[in-house]
Design a protein. Structure first.
Length: 168
């Protein structure tokens, strides 16, 4: 089950969010596998993208109220349209065109994952082998236990997106 919703936020708001993300100093290298993160250096592997978890209900994380407010707007838009439950996690992602990613699951089948594109680029999200392009203002929703991966851009240099985990 893949659902999409278009034009959630206007271009100007997405630009404000991008500006905030670019200035944020809390980025960490994304680690979607159980490997020790230092293995990237030890094994001379490419980066796997960067992420910031700004909200996580289970682990009592809540930081950067401004960005979480924008994430809430996306969440509540999706919640009302698709009759969803509580927000579990807010994750901001950045990929450059040298990143290489791996398939992963976000949560159990009790949750949905949403990927919201902050700008159009030639990257996207791969779900069950199907590619969904990064289109500014669009969110894709799918079951959180489905294997998927962020696809870094190839020709474009950057890809920013918002990833939400929401109770069904």
């Amino acid at each position: 089950m893949i659902k999409t919703l278009e034009r959630i936020l206007p271009h100007g708001v997405n630009r404000i969010i991008l500006n905030e993300l670019i200035k944020w100093k809390s980025w960490t290298i994304a680690n979607e596998t159980a490997e020790d993160p230092i293995s990237l250096v030890d094994n001379n592997r490419p980066n796997t993208g960067f992420s910031i978890i700004s909200f996580h209900r289970k682990y009592n994380v809540s930081m950067n109220a401004l960005l979480n407010n924008y994430a809430d707007i996306v969440y509540f838009t999706l919640k009302e349209k698709f009759k969803l439950g509580e927000l579990e996690k807010v994750n901001w992602n950045y990929y450059d065109n040298s990143a290489e990613t791996a398939e992963h699951q976000d949560e159990t089948n009790d949750f949905l994952s949403a990927v919201y594109s902050l700008h159009t680029n030639d990257g996207g999200t791969e779900v069950k082998g199907n590619f969904y392009s990064s289109i500014e203002g669009q969110a894709i929703l799918f079951d959180s236990d489905v294997f998927h991966r962020g696809v870094p851009p190839k020709k474009d240099r950057h890809r920013f997106n918002l990833s939400l985990v929401i109770k069904k």
